[in-house]
Design a protein around this ligand. Structure first.
Ligand SMILES: Nc1ncnc2c1ncn2[C@@H]1O[C@H](COP(=O)(O)OP(=O)(O)O)[C@@H](O)[C@H]1O
Ligand SMILES: [Mg+2]
Length: 254
């Protein structure tokens, strides 16, 4: 089975990991041959910019790839994106917001991401499950216990998929704010939540990169699958660093 071969090679499969959640059991029942690369970070950190540069490099290297973003990527998920980014008067509770994001993710994974992985493609995603933990979990000041309770639900929404590599673009909130200003687009509801909130989100991403997101018990696995990039650097330098991290993962693809 391809998934098992890959996990043996990278030393990722452990007894602990196979027992964790129903979502992970789903993953093992559905082998895939592609690779999932996720870009994470606060708004304005440069995810869209770096995703575009990464896809360019993959295409130059003749690696079949798919780029997509969250929330969205399918008709249903884009409809949910509209509801999330432009909420009705009164907004959503944190819990409602989480479930809307998860519904969008599940549609996207089942209809688009997993089929591409099964065709052997490298899928580059602008945001995935860690964004939910960073924004709603850390930004929304959920307790560590509440965040832990969310983990199996996140795994189920992601249909058991876990990234082969998560790149966290790390940028001070003030610098990200200036970049969003320069982008010249109307700010979304999320971009208006303020500096303290954005700082919690940033710290959340860094904590996950250090301790391992939704797989908090498997630190070795977590350390392998994250790469933090200093997003203050010029786009080209960041793109070089990202490519150095992505290339070995892509070349292991079968
Ligand atoms: N390394 C960089 N240095 C300076 N400006 C950047 C850099 N990377 C991206 N930008 C600019 O900052 C803005 C936000 O970048 P973007 O890729 O849209 O971030 P995100 O997708 O994470 O919200 C854009 O206008 C982009 O052109
Ligand atoms: Mg973007």
């Amino acid at each position: 089975m391809t998934t098992r071969t890959k996990t043996q090679k990278t030393g990722r499969a452990t007894g602990r990991a196979t027992k964790q959640t129903a979502g992970q059991a789903t993953r093992q029942a559905q082998p895939r041959v592609g690779r999932l690369i996720v870009l994470e970070g606060i708004d304005g950190a440069g995810k869209s910019t770096q995703a575009r540069l990464l896809v360019q490099r993959l295409r130059q290297a003749k690696v079949p790839c798919l780029f997509s973003h969250e929330p969205g990527g399918t008709a249903g998920a884009e409809a949910l994106r509209e509801l999330l980014l432009h909420p009705p008067r009164g907004g959503w509770s944190t819990t409602s917001e989480i479930f809307l994001f998860l519904a969008a993710r599940n549609e996207h994974v089942r209809r688009k991401v997993r089929p591409a992985l099964e065709q052997g493609k490298v899928v580059v995603l602008d945001r995935f499950s860690d964004s939910t933990l960073a924004y709603q979990g850390f930004g929304g000041e959920m307790t560590p216990r509440a965040r832990a309770a969310l983990a199996p639900i996140l795994a189920q929404a992601a249909d058991g998929l876990r990234p082969d590599l998560t790149i966290v673009l790390d940028l001070p909130v003030s610098a990200a704010g200036r970049r969003i200003g320069m982008r010249g687009e109307k700010r979304t509801d999320f971009e208006k939540r303020g500096t303290a909130w954005a700082n919690r989100v940033r710290r959340g991403f860094l904590a996950m990169a250090r301790h391992g997101g939704i797989t908090a018990r498997t630190r070795i696995f977590a350390a392998r699958r994250y790469r933090v990039i200093d997003a203050r650097l010029a786009p080209k330098e960041q793109s070089e660093q990202i490519w150095r991290a992505v290339r070995p993962i892509v070349s292991q693809r079968r």
